[in-house]
Write a protein that binds this ligand. Sequence first.
Ligand code: TXA
Ligand code: MG
Length: 326
Amino acid sequence: MMTATTSDIERAAEVLRAGGLVALPTETVYGLGANAEDPAAVARIFQVKGRPPSHPLIVHIAAAEHLDDWVETVPETARLLAEHFWPGPLTLVLRRGHRVPLEATGGLETVAVRVPDHTVALALLSAFGGGVTAPSANRFGSVSPTTADHVRTELGDAVDFVLDGGSCEVGVESTIVDVTGETPSILRPGGVTREDLEAVLGRSIGVPSTSHVRVPGQHPSHYAPRARVVLVEPEKVVAEAELAQGLGHKVGVFVPASFADAPVKAHAVVTVPGSMDAYAHDLYGFLRELDQQGCDLIIASLPPEDGLGLAIANRLRRAAGPRPSR
Ligand code: TXA
Ligand code: MG
């Protein structure tokens, strides 16, 4: 791992000022950053990702105290959540402030904002001085990058500068909370757990079911590897994998930790860590690894949907797409 130096950070800030694109590490996944106030630079993000222009971006800022510069008003709930979880894997959706161009919000009158918890990202944001819009640095619909190498492999020369900050600690994206209405709601589960949010808010908070998708940009088959993903009950993972392998598929299998003893007849086998922190950290790397090994089918089961397991299950469901699971 080559961590970015101070001069790398200065150079990256220059690239942003000149309207270029910088890939930056965050604690969740790598982002593809541009000056949030430069509509042409923002437009390039969509072009490089192949992302429809109606899909809004997250504005990254250096500290919670700058939030007021980017939004119309900051409700008490937003203030409370920012105070508790920033810097950290929480994104707040608020009413858009004048500084945010509609190009960055996909035409919405709301804007998503977060303060990432990564020294390199924070150093860049401070050196640059403004807001940086950054979606995950992958092509639209595919697996998010959690190392600088993932970014280089996937986007290559389309990015003007890549800041290396090592492998992302959390490994899944931020939790997105809509705080524009009377009651806050989770639009996308992520690195801050529902339980942690509820503890701070002192109330329960709603999470949309994956079949009832509300977040713009969350289309079927998102976070998806090239291989088809099929979700089955944990106790059926091994049998289903061997069956599909026998039918001629190149099967990659996510074997749950509790079933890891027996050898599995499959093209590639990954033993899923029992700890949800470790699983989230490794999830996207596993999916990329199985693609690299040439698998055409990935058989996995969902983890328990509490804590970080909620975000992991959400990503696996989204990767599997709308197909019926067995
Ligand atoms: O952890 C993360 O959030 C990473 C890192 C790079 O910060 N970023 C990320 O960005 O995941 P992206 O663009 O891949 O996903 C952003 C999500 C999209 O699903 C988008 O629809 C939602 O945020 N979003 C952005 N602005 C929104 C808004 N105004 N209202 C509702 N959803 C919004
Ligand atoms: Mg993304």
